[in-house]
Design a protein around this ligand. Sequence first.
Ligand SMILES: [Fe+2]
Length: 360
Amino acid sequence: MFEFTYSANPARVIFGSGTLGRLPEIVEEMGLQRVVVLSTPQQKDDAERLQAVIGKRCAGIFPDAQMHTPVHVTEKAVDMVLALQADGLVAVGGGSTTGLGKAIALRTDLVQIVAPTTYAGSEMTPILGETRDGNKMTQTNAKVLPEVVIYDVDLTMSLPVKLSGTSGINAIAHAIEALYSRDANPVISLLAKEAVSEFSKALPAISANPGDRTARSGALYGAWLCGTCLGAVGMALHHKLCHTLGGMFDLPHAETHTVILPHALAYNAPAVPEAMRALREALDTNDPPRALYDLAGKVGAPRSLKELGMPESGIAQAVERAIANPYWNPRELEPDLILALIENAFAGRLPEYQHTEHHG
Ligand SMILES: [Fe+2]
């Protein structure tokens, strides 16, 4: 019997190859006269190209987006868009640039057009993570949800193979946790299953040939679906572990998610039979955690926390922190088994189904 709540986030999504060429027409349709283009310093060229494409409806560029969306950068950008009397934002880039656009929108209510260049998926969510003096603050607010998302496969063709792999598996984690989320619903589960299936085919193909357009298109389509999953339902153990480990040891984001995912799924597996059924179909395997571990191997991604620079001496404290704050998960967190999970992930061993020991 079905019983669920489903809320859709409003956004216009334009997907294809060369779709960014429609930007001037979209800016005009939205009635915007003075948009500001956002990027990181590394992608300043892209921002300048867009400025030229938009022409007189572009009021300027702000090419200083930074990782983790520091508030001091946002405040600088807000001063600039106010001074320019901007009426809209165009963000071209990955999570850092999308994050900056959302942070500006939170403070100014400006409309956002986002053109993603990675598979992070943040463009589809009302979630904003910011940092002030190194402290991370996350909030969910409908104000930060972008109005228009332009997925242009051409923008992703040069995404390096390794980054494609880890960015893709980081995205898959959103689909997987959506399947067993506390607020899971059948619509989002359909998207999640489709996303896992697309990504699991696309990522190895991209590894073999980074110029494979069909694979690039499949991966970007998967990224959209995964972002939609993240924007719709809550996450669980996998995210808790990654945030704990990432925060404690300053580990790289997408790589940490790539390492942990097979292990977190194996841990939850006994408690989530329906999600496992969907994943067996999507991945065409009897052993989804193993398939995810193998997928990371195929794309040349790291598979151990050790190689990400986590100190072995930190394992015990990480377990303590991970289980300290109550956090919803389909399976209760058993300290001994979480310890085994993190030890396996640290060493890069195969994911293990962790069974509860019954005593007496
Ligand atoms: Fe995530």
